[in-house]
Design a binder for this molecule. Sequence first.
Ligand code: NAP
Length: 280
Amino acid sequence: MTRSITSGTRLLVVLGDPVEHSLSPVVQNAAFRETGVDGVYLALTCSEKDLPGFIGGIARAGGGGNVTLPHKEKAASVLDISSEAVLRTGACNTFWGVDGKVHGDNTDVDGFGRALMSFLGHAPKGFRVLVLGAGGAARAALVSLLDAEVSAIFLLNRTVDRARAVSRRIGGEKVRVVERAQEVEGLDFDLVVNTTRLGLSADDPLPVDLGLLSRAGAVMDLVYGPEATPFVRAAEALGIRAADGLEMLIQQGAVSFERWWDRPAPVEAMRGALRRVAGI
Ligand code: NAP
């Protein structure tokens, strides 16, 4: 059903820079149409200086939205009420207004957890996990994995100090920072998660040589694209089951929808919209 836009229509946005390649408007507007909620979702290019004004103004006007690169950390600092996921990761990707206050969440945490559940068919409780990367996506993955009661996490990042800082912030005793890839040689993991950007460009190296490990039970790559990512292909060539970041993309958007509208997201309609526009 196509709704007309009226003075009662809620404005939802994605704020970022650059933002023109964001797939969120297609996915969220499809979800709005499917459920009949009275909202419209737009992408706005936004500088760091403008971010607090946009977030505060839109939320207090009854709207909300997402925040994407490079503003997720700055967004966490302008909220009135932060979810536990925001407090633990230091990043916010979803905001909305309630009674004049700006609420925020980091739905990458639940998005990662739901995507991993759907890939594995069960929670990763007790797993030994190798996490590659220590940026924003890694922080969301670490919080989700720790909440799922994995037994140990090895954290490997190009910049070791960044991995140490992330481990101090989130890790507790279960996260061990690995300084060089050689240190994981011969080790056994139930799951390997790539949260680096490697794989976005065709000439990127693989984030780790899976052949170094004595075992990788499964591989989850947060990178995604129209084709299987190089890391997913490398895993499958070794007989390791693997998934890319597409389901996490859908699931973090679904959790955002639930925060704004307080009802279940139409996940199938969101998947279908993404498939149509991105050829995925
Ligand atoms: P970020 O904060 O900028 O972190 C980038 C990470 O990639 C860092 O660990 C960085 O290492 C590493 N890296 C970058 N270039 C590298 C290179 N040449 N060699 C080795 N490591 C390199 O970015 P992010 O927000 O965490 O996003 C990371 C990836 O996850 C992106 O591909 C993004 O699209 C994806 N992601 C997917 C979803 C989803 O829904 N599927 C959600 C969020 C993010 P250093 O610390 O050494 O720079």
